[in-house]
Design a protein around this ligand. Structure first.
Ligand code: F0G
Length: 353
């Protein structure tokens, strides 16, 4: 039978009842891909959970289908969120499907082009503020307390419930939890959700628990440095967050699992971003590649041991942010005359005769 989406497939594991609408864009069931080339090169067993293949191109669909279904169940007719882009795309899509009004508040000029395109197309009302994600989150939290509008950021517990299903899928694909789960950390909702998912599955099915290794961008590494970053910066705009809402839960996940919250530089993120695409044919947005950058860093430091079975979560599709791809790749299209002879001559350089 074909995949029906998270609310049907994981009904027993989610807060779904007979009044919960059967909302779905067939989210979830994303591939766990073995990285054959990098595994060999690094002496580990590396898999990526490719969340960019969700309906709006990021892991946010898992949480949003649950949060929007519960908003409808509660009789709400409007939702609101702050976003660095992916949450707004998912909120707008599920709101369109459920016939809800959707308001998104975004930091001016710091949203990747693909994400903005999605919010516009799905018909969200978009407020762009001269502030960052953290400012936007404060504003929408306050508005949701004053007006009958449901907040669908990851402080909404239903978001975490939906997102925990990715941990179930990883355990099902591998037969048990990996040794290490590596993922980017922004607002810290996803690391909270994965840890909850692994613990619940382990209780039910004895699938074991991974070490949770989360990676912030160096310019926005509030948890690592134990201080709010008032002006967070990073090329990975998805995780340009200086005061993560689920800070405490991220620290708990790292401590309880014998893992770590660490940081990676923009240069390390971009190197990992290009490496993954070129050596495995997998294109994930810059923030997603903080997971790969973190693995490289901790292999070098010895914190990750050779032979480890590791899953890196690739949270969003590379096509979300075409500008960073084009701006930071050394490959440029070669302009040649429209002449087969010239093109063939050009290609013959470097060909083995
Ligand atoms: N990766 C991507 C591609 C994201 O969009 C986000 C968060 C994260 C990682 C970090 O996840 O916040 O749960 O720690 N994006 C949010 C948004 C903030 O508005 O789309 P987190």
């Amino acid at each position: 039978m074909s995949w029906r989406g998270l609310l049907s497939e994981y009904r027993e594991m989610l807060p779904v009842n007979e009044k919960t609408p059967d909302l779905s864009l067939h989210e979830g069931n994303t591939p766990l891909i073995k990285c054959e080339n990098l595994s060999k090169e690094w002496g580990i067993e590396l898999y990526v959970k490719y969340e960019g293949l969700n309906p709006t191109g990021s892991f946010k669909d898992r949480g949003m289908v649950m949060a929007v279904a519960k908003a409808v169940e509660a009789g709400s007719n409007a939702i609101i969120c702050a976003s660095t882009g992916n949450t707004s795309a998912a909120a707008a899509a599920y709101a369109a499907r459920a016939n809800l009004r959707c308001i998104v508040v975004i930091p001016e000029g710091k949203i990747a082009m693909g994400k903005l395109a999605q919010a516009v197309m799905y018909g969200a009302e978009i407020v762009s503020i001269e502030g960052n994600f953290d400012d936007a989150l404060e504003i929408v939290k306050s508005i949701s307390e004053k007006a009958p509008i449901t907040l669908v950021n990851s402080v909404n517990p239903y978001r975490i419930e939906g997102q925990k299903t990715a941990a179930f899928e990883i355990c099902d694909a591998l037969g048990s939890a990996p040794d290490i789960l590596a993922l980017p950390v922004g607002n810290a909702g996803n690391i909270t959700a994965y840890w909850k998912g692994f613990k619940e599955y382990n209780e039910q099915k004895q699938t074991g628990l991974p070490e949770m290794r989360g990676f912030e961008a160096e310019g926005s590494a509030a948890i690592v440095h134990d201080r709010v970053f008032k002006e967070p910066e990073t090329i990975a705009t998805a995780i340009r967050i200086g005061n993560p809402a689920s800070w405490k839960f991220a620290v708990e996940a790292a401590n309880e699992s014998n893992g770590k919250i660490d940081e990676v530089s923009d240069e390390e993120i971009l190197d990992a971003y290009r490496l993954l695409a070129r050596s495995e044919g997998i294109f994930a947005e810059p923030a997603s590649c903080a997971s790969i950058a973190g693995i490289i860093k901790q292999l070098q430091s010895g914190e990750i041991k050779k032979g480890s079975k590791i899953v890196a979560v690739l949270t969003g599709n590379g096509l979300k942010d075409p500008n960073v791809a084009v701006d930071y790749s050394e490959i440029k299209p070669q302009l040649l005359p429209m002449d087969e002879k010239v093109i063939l001559e050009h290609l013959q350089q470097g060909l083995v005769q």
